[in-house]
Each structure stands twice: as structure tokens, then as C-alpha cells.
Design a protein around this ligand. Structure first.
Ligand code: THU
Length: 130
């Protein structure tokens, strides 16, 4: 519930004048602390950032590098699905079994583990030439 409330609240601050699609995200770090983010769009469209990216950046800026739970919410007909880039960003800091809840403002939700959202994730092992 705290994650849901945090993401729902920060979503209101989203800067989304181009898509009109406000997204809020919250991650719980291993310390128990919750970090939030919202999407921040730009008139140069590709320069916008996703809500999940903002929450992860806040966590890392605070000195934490492990997330144990994540939640993303939008005013969408279906529980909002993190984009591919955000799945990889979450996988950088979350274990395979980390639950990611996708929610709608109206109250629908679905929870999947990171490994279900990003099977075969690119990982440090893929760069290990030894
Ligand atoms: N968006 C997010 O912030 N997170 C998601 O999980 C899906 C998409 C944003 C990016 C863009 O600002 C808007 O939603 C429409 O794609």
C-alpha cells in the first residue's frame, strides 16, 4: 500500500504535456526506503524520461543500489507495462524474483517478477570474456 500511495501521488507531478499520459513509479530499496519518480517529457520528444527511470535515479542518488519491489501506475485501461528500457533499468538493481506491480488509477493491477518481464536480460555475464 505505501508503494501504491507514493506512486499515485508522484504521478500527479508528471510533466507529460505531449503524450498527456502521466505515469508514477515507486521503488522500495533494500533499506526499506521508498523512492519515487514520474515521467518528465521534453519538446524534443526522445529526451523525455520515464517514471521508473526517475525513481531509480532517486534511489541511486540517495546511495542505494538494490531494489526489492517496484510499482508503476497510470490512468490507463490496462495495468501500465514498463517499456523495454525501464525493464533493463530495473534489472540493473533488482534480482530476478523482484515483484513489479503494474497498476491503473482505476484500481486494476497485475504483478510479475522481473525475470518474467525481461526474460534473458542482458547481464554482466554477457560481457565476461574470461
Ligand atoms: N512512460 C513511463 O513513464 N513509464 C512506463 O512504464 C510507460 C511509459 C511514459 C513515457 C512517456 O512520457 C509517456 O509515458 C507515454 O509513452
Amino acid at each position: 500500500m505505501p508503494l501504491l500511495k507514493a506512486a499515485r501521488t508522484v504521478r500527479e507531478n508528471a510533466h507529460a504535456p505531449y503524450s498527456n499520459f502521466k505515469v508514477g513509479a515507486a521503488v522500495r530499496a533494500v533499506s526499506g526506503k521508498i523512492y519515487v519518480g514520474c515521467n518528465v517529457e521534453n519538446v524534443a520528444y526522445p529526451e523525455g524520461t520515464c517514471a521508473e527511470a526517475g525513481a531509480i535515479a532517486a534511489m541511486v542518488a540517495a546511495g542505494e543500489t538494490e531494489l526489492v519491489e517496484a510499482l508503476v501506475i497510470a490512468d490507463s485501461p490496462l495495468p501500465v507495462s514498463p517499456c523495454g528500457g525501464c525493464r533493463q533499468k530495473m534489472a540493473e538493481f533488482g534480482a530476478a524474483n523482484v515483484p513489479v506491480t503494474m497498476a491503473t488509477v482505476a484500481g486494476k493491477s497485475e504483478t510479475l517478477r522481473l525475470e518474467e518481464l525481461l526474460p534473458g536480460a542482458f547481464s554482466p555475464q554477457h560481457m565476461d570474456k574470461g
